[in-house]
Ligand binder design. Sequence first.
Ligand code: IPM
Ligand code: MN
Length: 342
Amino acid sequence: MKIALIPGDGVGTEVLAESVKVLDATGVAAETHTYDLGGELYLRTGEVLPDSVLAELRDFDTILLGAVGHPDVKPGILERGILLRLRFAFDLAVNLRPVKLLPGVDSALAARGPADIDFVVVRENTEGLYAGAGGTLREGSAHEIATQESVNTRLAAERCIRFAFDLAADRPRNEVMLCHKTNVLTHAGGLWQRTFDDVSAEYPDAATSYGHVDAVCLWMVLDPGRFDVVVTENLFGDIVTDLGAAISGGLGYAASGNLNLDGTAPSMFEPVHGSAPDIAGQGKANPVAAIMSLWMALHRAGERDAADRVLAAIEKVVADVAPRIGTGLSTAQVGDDVAEAV
Ligand code: IPM
Ligand code: MN
């Protein structure tokens, strides 16, 4: 595998180092190159993601990213300039986010265990309200006007929905739920619903359902066992997957894969969490989300055996030490343990 590493800022650098340790332990033949993008580069040079770097990144199979966000950089600059730019420029069509409670980890939901919380969110990753359409008029005045339009294409909805059905077919329950807000968002919701209905006709073995996003939030707390694969548009997917992280042990356990589906660019894997400047540099960050992102990357690259070993190692270590992660046990110790188990 040809892997680009973007450690980024804060705890991003700490957790990515542990993923690399675990990658080495798998024995997978990997050539890595590190790109020091992030707050430091921006503060030094004013550059966020130079075009030359973007062009180089395209030649890799996989990107592993730590986290971006720096206390001295205005919020949004690095997130939009690196994360969103990579998602758009590389057409990372799907943001795949497992919501999986590992044995030994406490859920924020009392009396829920791993059997209740095991689903996957397929988040559209290139458009919706994230497309940036709209504008501001009369800024700063009492008559200020802002519009923010959601862009939805049949193409982007269809590839996500198809991906969701294919994914579900490999899972025992084979159930796909469309999550939207079709009762209010009639234009975007209509496109998603029609696309879902058309695609689902090609998958007669799959069970289908629909949930309004507000109800999905309610069920995620009251009855998370009802979900298997949930497919949704960009912003709804952003929001429900933070809730997903909350019920599956917190952001320290939430992994994600930004997937290019047509082979024109690398896919990018990253923990859902940010750079956490408040705990950066202290060895307190939980590297499991980053290591689970590596698991997803290996799986996607067809390194199934290595992926299985990484997941088994994570499960073994977490079952033993989850309560001590972040308190008794350092970031590097957790990474060492997982690497050793691999
Ligand atoms: C995420 C993050 C990003 C998003 C931000 C940092 C732009 O919240 O990956 O979920 O909104 O997609
Ligand atoms: Mn988010």
